[in-house]
Design a protein around this ligand. Structure first.
Ligand code: CP
Ligand code: NVA
Length: 303
């Protein structure tokens, strides 16, 4: 594994190996056992969209690993004035040991990896959010002990989170069911991948059908970053796709709720369901730190 561009690129073994290391780093963190595995290394973090969790968890994670992280807003980089990604990649590769990038087009992340010579980590694109889903998988495994026999469902927009959850969930060994409006289906490449999993994957426009017997219920905002102008029209398009008490009643008793955050109470999730599952949701947020530290160690540690 040279980069983390999307979960489609990773084998199940690679995903499990990241999760195992993440568990170990979390244990060490909780027991104040230092792990300066990336001493002297530097990570550049390019942000073309806002962030709370991704920025703070990568920066803190790099510090805990003995390295240093630089926050690079694309507004202030020459890339924001039109310097080609090919040149940015080759320049940054001369200074840094790794790049984390959050941007719009997946192609930009792929190009950074293609033209640079250091590991690239996708911190969210319109297509996917692999770091988040590694943290989600870690949180699910912490609760249930393993993935086998579990059913995960995603309710809402077939966008970056849905795309990564489908791929990550299936590669981890869970069955995955997704409910989105017909107008907001996941990416075609993801559906093509999932079609290879037969009965383990189901897609429907009925949230109740997707949630039936689910062990994990997941949702995401209806209006992602960059869609601010579509907010009103999206609230209408996703009416009926709210994670509420009736949807939770269709899931298995004791089902877990995951939300990548930020959450919009009263839209994709009710205040009540959110607060009843807050411990799981904030554990998931914490696990961003541990999962991403594992990714950075896998990609950036010298042998
Ligand atoms: N979930 C997530 O990626 O959060 P941020 O947008 O705050 O980084
Ligand atoms: N789908 C959301 C995820 C935020 C972490 C977005 O892209 O804004």
């Amino acid at each position: 594994m040279k980069h983390l561009l999307k979960l489609l690129d990773l084998s199940s073994e690679e995903i499990f190996s990241i999760l195992d290391l993440a568990d170990q780093l979390k244990y060490e963190n909780k027991h104040d056992i230092p792990h300066p595995l990336l001493a002297g290394k530097t990570l550049g973090m390019i942000f073309q969209k806002s962030s709370t969790r991704t920025r703070v968890s990568f920066e803190t994670g790099m510090y805990q690993l003995g390295g240093h992280a630089l926050f690079l807003s694309s507004k202030e980089l020459q890339i924001g004035r039109g310097e080609p990604v090919q040149d940015t990649a080759r320049v940054l590769s001369r200074y840094l040991n790794g790049i984390m990038i959050r941007t719009f087009a997946q192609q930009e992340v792929e190009d950074l990896a293609k033209y640079g010579s250091i590991p690239v980590i996708n911190g969210l694109t319109d297509f996917c959010h692999p770091c988040q889903v590694l943290a989600d998988l870690m949180t699910i495994r912490e609760k249930f002990g393993s993935f086998s026999g579990l059913k995960m469902c995603f309710i809402g927009d077939g966008y970056n989170m849905a795309n990564s959850l489908i791929v990550g969930g299936l590669k981890a060994g869970m069955s995955v069911s997704v409910a989105t409006p017909l107008t907001h289906r996941p990416d075609g490449s993801v559906l093509a991948f999932a079609s290879g999993y037969g009965d383990m994957f189901k897609i429907t426009d009925s949230p109740m059908e997707a949630a039936a017997g689910a062990d994990i219920v997941i949702t995401d905002t209806w209006a992602s970053m960059g869609m601010e102008d579509e907010k009103e029209e999206r609230i209408k398009a996703f009416a009926g796709y709210q994670v509420d008490d009736s949807l939770m009643a269709a899931a298995n008793p004791g089902a877990m709720v995951q939300h990548c955050l930020p959450a919009y109470r009263g839209q994709e999730i009710t205040e009540k369901v959110f607060e009843e599952h807050a411990a799981e949701i904030f554990e998931e947020a914490e696990n961003r730190l541990h999962a991403q530290k594992a990714v950075m160690v896998k990609l950036m540690k010298s042998e």
